[in-house]
Write a protein that binds this ligand. Structure first.
Ligand code: BJW
Ligand code: ZN
Length: 305
């Protein structure tokens, strides 16, 4: 036990108070208590598709209608959701600590809506609300498109549209009587394979031939180059006191690599995660580090007080 990370919140607050240059690496768990799904583990499936398989240029090229329905659903859910106390606590920390930067892998817009100062919020994986041309040579991009639906063909027909309910993908394992009760099962099966013909999907207003796509970073794609260079410059400017790793499995690179980068710049690591089991080893926590197991919406506001 003496080797493991600390969960002493007073010791963490003391460390934070004495810190000047601080990073947070945030992931889907930050928005979990706002009702948004994570990628891995429970909730990481949509219509029997693994979310990480849909988040690829190959999946979009293969079935753009299916991938757009996934993202249209995610836009809808994110717009319905509200920032939670963890988003607000981070935004508040940013206001009182000018050299605290939040590196977020999330695309849901909730940190922005919690009024996190934008210069201190780096969106590593883009935004659900940027729309760009799938033809990379075109370069068209529209920012902050909050239309729901983004295009008439991508309307979410009801709050609990069965074809899109993440919970609905537990079809095979769910209790059939529960399914019958809410009347979802039959419609779910009949609409599971629905997609949208390419001709009906939104096309680029600039080149007119390319399909539009969400402005997120898919596997195999480069992260936004300006964002990456800003972060590199921040890191190069001097030692880092602390990196908080919040609601992420820290398995996707290059984002996850910032934990080790910060550590090499002297940072202590503080993990905030509902699942304490593997995170300690994933991030290589030592006895100088911190691990707070629980809902980030509860642990973070109290730690950042
Ligand atoms: C709670 C909670 C609560 C729950 N409170 N906690 C080695 C080195 C470098 C790269 C690679 C490499 N090996 C392979 C690669 C390539 C690849 C990669 O990393 N693959 C890994 C799987 C190994 N990386 C890439 O392809 C990246 N690009 C790249 O490398 O480009 C190279 C290049 C250079 C130049 C030119 C061209 C190319 C791009 C990665 C993009 C990732 N995109 C996605 C989708 C974004 C769009 C969308 O949202 O749909 O990003 S994938 C998905 O994973 C999404 C997330 O941001 C990301 C991370 O997931 P996250 O946030 O950690 O979620 P989960 O579900 O994994 O974890 C949730 C956590 O929360 C859990 O721990 C829970 O316990 C916890 N939790 N509730 C607190 N209430
Ligand atoms: Zn175009």
């Amino acid at each position: 036990a003496s080797q493991g990370p600390s969960s002493d919140i007073e010791a963490f607050r003391t460390l934070l108070k004495g810190s000047k240059r601080v990073l947070a690496l945030c992931g889907a768990g930050l928005s979990a208590s706002s009702g948004l799904s994570t990628f891995r583990g429970a909730g990481g499936m949509w219509r029997n598709h693994d979310a990480t398989v849909l988040a690829t240029p190959e999946a979009f090229a293969e079935d753009p209608g299916l991938v757009w329905l996934f993202y249209s659903y995610r836009r809808h859910k994110a717009l319905q959701a509200e920032p939670n106390p963890a988003h607000y606590a981070l935004a508040e920390l940013a206001r009182r600590m000018p050299e605290f930067w939040c590196l977020s892998q999330n695309v849901d817009g909730l940190s922005t809506r919690a009024a996190h100062p934008s210069a201190q919020l780096k969106l590593l994986h883009g935004s659900l609300f940027d729309i760009k041309c799938f033809n990379e040579r075109c370069g068209y991009i529209e920012r902050d498109n909050f239309n729901d639906p983004v295009h008439p063909s991508l309307a979410i027909t009801s709050e609990e549209d069965p074809r899109m309910d993440a919970a609905g993908t537990t079809n095979e394992t769910s209790d059939s009587s529960a399914g019958a009760q809410n009347g979802r099962n039959s419609s779910k099966r009949s609409s599971t394979d629905q997609t949208i013909p390419t001709s009906q999907l939104p096309h680029c207003p600039s080149c007119r031939t390319g399909l539009l796509r969400p402005g997120v970073v898919w596997f195999g794609e480069a992260l936004p180059v300006n964002t990456i260079s800003e972060i590199s410059n921040f890191i190069a400017r001097g030692p880092i006191d602390l990196i908080m790793v919040i609601g992420t499995t820290a398995t996707v690179y290059p984002a996850a690599g910032y934990v080790d980068v910060a550590r090499r710049k002297g940072a202590k690591v503080a993990v905030f995660n509902v699942d304490g089991a593997d995170l300690g080893s994933a991030t290589g926590l030592g006895k100088e580090d911190f691990l707070f197991v629980g809902d980030a919406a509860e642990t973070l506001p109290s730690a950042l007080k």
